[in-house]
Write a protein that binds this ligand. Structure first.
Ligand code: ATP
Ligand code: MG
Length: 561
């Protein structure tokens, strides 16, 4: 893995101080705690890079821990995909693949301990009644009528909850803190609820499940985490995190909060991404338009480009929206250095070079990567009939159009200077082919007489070129903020109706048929492309456009307005 000099940030500064003061005995131990209820997205990548990067740089440890405490939404498919994604990103969790559900017994025992200390009680109010008793930020809550239940009765009822004697929703276990606390999270929060549901790892062993705020600190404590890094929404849950650990008197990690990643033209909510998958707005979790890690992988992003992006955006304490451009620039600047250049035509228009011999085919030298001299050159076949990009020909050229147009010369990349003579049209007036003549003295594209040729276009030999499928992607949402909607509508109204374009007649230079699934190229003038790992077959690659060569976002945003 390449090494980025880590930028400092407020979390690293806190860790430096803790190391200096000996707060955790010189240890650094972080974790990434996903709930397996969806696929990971680019926001999760920020958290993975932050947590695993800190462990790496401080010679500490990093755990991958599934926060699998809510069986109704969780699934093994998500567990598997998350493990794959964390590994792919380079998050090194060693042998520390952990599951919160493995701690259910310990959590239960701790809850019993709090009951016995008089710090937790069984409450028979319904969820709705609990909400109504809770008060508001300006008014105190009201005590539950069950708050003063004797310890022995609480202990008995809690045990019977665990044994399955009561139906779902009939009782909960609550912490006994303060119903007038200014922080609503401290008003006797629920610790356990009854849920007769199969757990993907525990089967039917449990019918009570711990709530996030109760479970999370215990999980961190069990694993000897030093710095429990989470997003800003949890800042006002920290007093509760601290209260539980102090009430139990167990090892106490430090919770730290940072700003979550928000990306323009993108939704990063697992619930909404699940809706897009379920309602088939996209092809699946790994659709290259999805902001999931698996989507970016399938689009052609590399782990190092995503890590570079996370390093670039840094870690702060205030929320903001990062422009999608920053992410695209990360993959562009990497692929610019590493991707071999090839010629392909997405929307072919046939060009006949009238003065080029019918039977001849010659091989021309093409540079594989101008950024990397070691990449060398390759041979490109050239003959009388070639394809060019339909958009590179205009019968009536607009101003500053330096590509192919009747009466003018243009350079065919690595080949010759040609002069366009005329276009042939069908009965409907569509251009079916274009005729040119070439200048044999310009082999390789140079003009020995020094005459200036302003434009250079790419091409593929019609006789040697190979048809391939190419998919072009555009932003999934037209608006910078997809949540900006008209009255009564939701984010789905901002889905981009033309986010995918499939081109079945694209034509590429012959060597590309050997492209291995998962390989990356720059199609000259067209962008960076990735041989789709699922749909490519030996000898028949299918290409996804990872990114355009330049930024096309300004245009998309305008469309969205
Ligand atoms: P939910 O909890 O609503 O299912 P979530 O996105 O918080 O959704 P988790 O599985 O709980 O999903 O997230 C795992 C970790 O990833 C958490 O520590 C969370 O703080 C972090 N995380 C989630 N979304 C982002 C984001 N957009 N930016 C940075 N970190 C994030
Ligand atoms: Mg969460």
């Amino acid at each position: 893995m390449e090494y980025h000099e880590p930028k400092s940030n407020f979390i690293r500064e806190i860790i430096d101080k803790d190391l200096a003061s000996g707060k955790f005995g010189g240890r650094v131990h972080t974790r990434f705690p996903p709930e397996p209820n969806g696929y990971l997205h680019i926001g999760h990548a920020k958290s993975i890079c932050l947590n695993s990067g800190i462990a790496r740089d401080y010679a500490g440890k990093f755990n991958l821990r599934f926060d699998d405490t809510n069986p109704s939404k969780e699934d093994q498919e998500y567990v598997d995909s998350i493990i794959e994604d964390v590994k792919w990103l380079g998050g090194d969790f060693g042998d520390r693949l952990l599951f919160a559900s493995d701690y259910f017994q310990a959590m239960y025992d701790w809850a019993v301990a709090l009951v016995k200390k008089g710090k937790a009680y069984v409450c028979d109010l319904s969820a709705e009644e609990i909400r109504r008793h809770r008060g508001t930020p300006t008014e105190p809550g009201r005590d539950s009528p069950f708050r003063s239940r004797p310890v022995a009765e609480n202990a008995d009822l809690f045990e019977r909850m665990r044994k399955g004697e009561f139906p779902d929703g009939s009782r909960v276990l609550r912490a006994k803190i303060d119903m007038a606390h200014p922080n609503l999270n401290m008003r006797d929060p629920v610790m356990y609820r009854i849920l007769h549901a199969e757990h993907h790892r525990q089967g039917g062993a449990w019918c009570i499940y711990p709530m996030y705020d109760w479970a999370h600190g215990l999980e961190d404590s069990m694993e000897n985490i030093t710095h429990s890094i989470c997003t800003l929404e949890f800042e006002n849950h920290r007093p509760l995190y601290d209260w539980f650990l102090d009430a139990l008197g167990i090892y106490h990690p430090q919770q730290l909060e940072f700003a979550r990643l928000n990306l323009s033209n993108t939704i990063l909510s697992k619930r909404k991404l699940l809706e897009l998958v379920r309602d088939k707005h996209i092809a699946g979790w790994d659709d290259p338009r999805m902001p999931t890690i698996s989507g970016f992988r399938r689009r052609g992003y590399t782990p190092s480009s995503i890590r570079a992006f996370c390093e670039e955006i840094g870690v702060a304490k205030f929320n903001s929206i990062v422009d999608l451009r920053v992410l695209e620039n990360a993959i562009r600047s990497e692929l610019n250095k590493t991707a071999p250049r090839v010629l392909a035509v997405l929307r072919p228009l046939k060009v006949v070079i009238d003065n080029y011999p019918q039977e001849t085919a010659e091989e021309l030298d093409a540079v594989n990567n101008p950024e990397d001299p070691a990449a060398g050159t390759r041979k490109l076949p050239f003959c009388r009939e070639i394809y060019i990009e339909a958009g590179d020909f205009k019968e009536i050229p607009p101003k500053k159009f330096f590509r192919m147009t009747p009466g003018r010369e243009v350079r065919l990349r690595y080949a010759y200077v040609v002069r366009c003579e005329r276009a042939v049209k069908d009965a409907a007036g569509n251009i079916t082919e274009v005729h040119c003549t070439y200048d044999p003295a310009t082999r390789g594209g140079d003009t020995p007489d020094g005459r200036k040729i302003k434009g250079a276009i790419h091409w593929v030999s019609a006789r040697h070129g190979v048809a391939v499928q190419v998919r072009l992607y555009d932003a999934l949402f037209t608006k910078r903020d997809p949540e900006e909607v008209s009255e009564g509508r939701d984010y789905r109204e901002n889905l981009n109706p033309v986010s995918l374009e499939v081109l079945n007649n694209a034509c590429c230079e012959p060597g590309l048929t050997d492209a291995a699934a998962g390989s990356r190229f720059q199609f000259e003038r067209l962008g960076y492309f990735f041989a789709d790992p699922k749909d490519s077959k030996p000898g028949a690659p299918v290409f996804n456009r990872t990114a355009t060569l330049k930024d096309t976002w300004a245009k998309i945003e305008q469309k969205g307005k």
